[in-house]
Design a protein. Sequence first.
Length: 130
Amino acid sequence: MPLPHTFRKIRLELARSKTFPNGSNRHGYELVAPLDGDGRIDLKLWQSHRGDCRVRRFWPGEDDQVGLLVHKPGGAEHAQWVFDYDPKRSDDDETGYRFGAHKFALGEYVSVRDGDEVHTYQVVSVQPAA
């Protein structure tokens, strides 16, 4: 069954940092998620298509990690979006910082926590997922 038309394939690439002064198109994520009219993740549509909301992490020298985009409840202040690579473990999860409030639009910036580190990524493409 085809995905609803609001599903997008979003590419995030590492933004400028001390370690990468020019950013890096070799470090990042590709995710598939439903976006609302403002470019934010559509929670209701995600709920009915959880298994279709995928993420792929690419990083030089490491195998790609493939998992799901998961919403962990906790109320307005504590709910969070997580990249979950193994549902039996939580130590491999990466958390999107305020993903529920961020727009996933070309040129926008988002942050992802990987362990103790937070990296900033730029949205470099948003395309129909189908």
